[in-house]
Structure formats: C-alpha cells, structure tokens
Design a protein around this ligand. Structure first.
Ligand code: HEM
Length: 373
C-alpha cells in the first residue's frame, strides 16, 4: 500500500510542470479530508494543524507507535539485512565503492520501511543531520564541519539549533552497528545523500574520509544560522563556510523538504505541499504566494495567505527581500534542472567542508538510487 502510494506520488510530481504541480497538490490537500490524504499520499502532502483538544492524544499515540516502530526497525536492520557485515570484523578492511553502495542501500531500505514518521519519511531529518554536522565549518580556523561527527557529544548535541536531531542520529545507529567500519561523519553525510536521492533529488557525488573525533573538537554554539534573522546574518554564516550568494540560494531550496516542529525549533509547519519529494517548489511558493505574519503565540513566522497551511521563516523571506538572492530564486523557480545541478554541487561542497581527504575529487562516488525516477 505504502509503495503504491509512493510510486503514484512520485510519478505525479515528476511528470507535471512545477506550477501545475503546486496548484494541483494544493487543491487536493485543501479539499480532501486529512485521513484520506494520509493514507493515499503518504509522501506528498502537508499536515493540517491538529485541533488543540486532540493534540495530547495524538502525541501519546505517536510516541507509542514511534516506540514500536523503533523497536521493529532495530530488529529489521539487524536481522533482515544480515547482522554485522563481515567487513566490520577486520581492522585492515579497505572498503570499495560496492561496500559504500551496500551501506547506501541499507539506509534506503530503512527509509522505505519506516514510513510512519512525520509526513511519511525520515529523509528530511536525515538531510538536516548531514547539514548541521557540516555547517559548523569556519574557513578561517579550519574548525568544525562533518569531520569528527562531534554532534554525538554534549555540548554540541544540546545546542539549540540541533534540537530534534537525536531522531536522525538514532535512525543511523543500527546501520553503524551493521557496518562498524564506517565513521559517523561518513555515515551521516552518506545518509543525507541517500535521503536526497531517494526523495527523487539529483545525484550527489560523495567521497569517504571523515574521521571520528573526541569531545574536545565540539564547536562553540552559534555557528549555525538563526531562523529569526535575515540576509545580513545569513550571509555572515554562509560566507564563514566559504559559500557565495548563488550557492547559498541553491542550498536553501532544501526547505522544499520536511517541516518545522514546535517542540524542536519553536517554529511550526511545512514549506511546501510535497515535503518528502525534492522539487523546486520552495522557490515557486516563496516568489508567487502572498505571505503574511502568522497570528499565534509562537516565534514570528510567515504563513501563506491563501491556505494558511504553509510557512516561511524570517530567514527564508530574506531570499526575496534581498535583490541578489531574489535573482537566483527567480532562476531556480523557472528551471528545476538548473536548480538540481547547482543544488548537487553546493551540497557536495557543504558535506566536504574541513574534511582531510586523502583522495582527489575524481574519487567521488555516485550511488545508484534504489527508486526509478
Ligand atoms: C538560513 C539558513 C537556514 C535556516 C535559518 C534554517 C532553519 C531551519 C529550521 C528552523 C528548521 C526547523 C527544524 C525543526 O523544527 O524541526 C529547519 C528544518 C530543515 N532544514 Fe533548514 N535552515 C537553513 C538552511 C538549511 C540548509 C542549507 C539545508 C540543507 C541543505 C536545510 C535543510 C533542512 C531540512 C531538510 C529541514 C526539515 C527537517 C525535518 O523535517 O525534520 N536547511 N531549518
């Protein structure tokens, strides 16, 4: 059932022009009761806000189901795929492309099997883990970045910006147990690559080489962007990593995926109507919808005037307020292929920041997605 729904959603989103896709998805989303949508468009819709009275029940219910699903997940990973890959046994083991493809396939399988989370996929939160482990990089001092996987430790795991990422780290843990030869830094970034590709995004070239480090390499708080701020802050943060305006704009399109969670960042809601499919809809919606401040008692965020079901952060809105960012937003809104190409290049660069590779760029691997696109 889940597979049928997923394939349908995929082909529907892939074969229609972006503007139509947005409108059609919206119409479906607005008119069809929530439960029907949950069952038939598991990976292609955005949730409505649950009525207040029902919320506590839902949270308890979700907690119970998540615990059950989590237990099943660990069991599934350790048994169905053959516990502890033989390669893990030897300290001298030199993994090949095929070994990394095996890890990729295991992550893809876990994503597919565990579709009762959030909007139907752990993909978005896995991508956020890869990004937050890399986005601490400082080009002046060479500190931070995905080398080290220091978010395993306090204080980095407790930094406000990393709230909620335990979910993604826990998702990766059984895979680490099965392939003990891979470092956490490599696994988290490979997980994010897999998430993008399995959600129908572009191929993201990737190479191994991250080494796990101890707690003394944790970065200070404040290296990741603050969603309540605008273009000046966004530029400061991403220039520190070594990105230019075009690359920053290409990266922010990742907000087509997933959602904000009130119990994590304080913000609430998804950016698009298809939060588990990689599309350029973030740019289209940002440019073409009317946005107004949401009236609520949470942090200041925007909502779309038409359906009041989508959101934008003040930091997202900076990409249309700023003239230079806005130019690139216009280009990516018009041309999904251009965005895929630039997004792929910028994500590869992000995940490689500060990594002491012993092999050159030509050794980057291109994993085969397990889904047909
Ligand atoms: C100005 C830069 C950025 C800001 C201020 C920002 C802020 C945020 C915030 C507040 C959330 C919600 C977290 C939660 O409540 O669960 C979020 C989620 C997310 N972000 Fe960003 N972000 C930025 C850039 C990026 C980049 C560069 C990527 C990836 C390339 C990314 C990928 C994601 C994804 C996939 C989610 C959804 C996670 C989920 O559904 O659990 N973000 N971001």
């Amino acid at each position: 059932m889940a597979t049928v729904a997923r394939n349908f959603t995929r082909s529907a989103f892939r074969s229609t022009p972006s503007t139509f896709r947005t409108t059609a998805a919206r119409r479906t989303f607005v008119n069809v009761p929530r439960q029907t949508l949950r069952q038939s468009f598991r990976r292609g819709f955005a949730d409505e806000a649950a009525p207040k009275a029902a919320k506590a029940d839902i949270i308890l219910g979700v907690g119970f189901v998540t615990a059950l699903a989590g237990g099943y997940y660990v069991y599934m990973i350790n048994n169905a795929t053959g516990a502890n890959d033989k390669a893990g046994a030897s300290g001298n083991f030199q993994p090949t492309f095929e070994d990394y493809q095996k890890v990729y396939n295991t992550i893809a399988k876990a994503l597919e099997e565990n579709d009762d989370y959030d909007d139907g996929s752990y993909g978005p939160v896995l991508l956020r883990l890869g990004w937050h482990s890399s986005g601490t990089y400082d080009k002046e001092t060479g500190t931070g970045g995905s080398n080290g996987a220091t978010m395993r430790f306090d204080p980095e795991s407790e930094h406000g910006a990393n709230a909620g990422l335990k979910v993604a780290r826990d998702f990766c843990e059984p895979i680490k147990q099965q392939y003990p030869w891979i470092s956490y830094g490599d696994l988290w970034t490979l997980g994010a690559v897999c998430a993008i590709q399995e959600m129908q995004g572009p191929i993201i070239p990737w190479r191994p080489g991250r080494q796990d480090r101890d707690v003394s390499f944790c970065t200070p708080d404040g290296r990741l962007p603050d969603a309540a701020q605008e273009q000046k802050h966004v530029r400061n943060i991403f220039y520190r990593m070594g990105f230019n305006d075009q690359e920053i704009t290409a990266l922010i399109g990742a907000h087509a995926l997933g959602r904000c969670h009130a119990d994590r960042s304080g913000f609430d809601g998804p950016w698009t109507f298809s939060p588990t499919v990689v599309t350029n809809d973030f740019y289209n919606l940002l440019l073409n919808e009317k946005w107004a401040w949401r009236k609520w008692d949470g942090p200041k965020q925007y909502e779309d005037v038409k359906t009041k079901s989508l959101m934008m952060l003040p930091a997202d809105m900076a990409f249309v307020k700023d003239k230079k960012f806005r130019e690139y937003v216009g280009k990516y809104a018009k041309d999904n292929d251009l965005w895929f190409k630039d997004f792929s290049a910028a994500v590869t660069k992000l995940f490689e920041l500060g990594v002491p590779f012993t092999s050159g760029e030509e050794s980057r691997m291109r994993f085969k997605p397990t889904i047909e696109s």
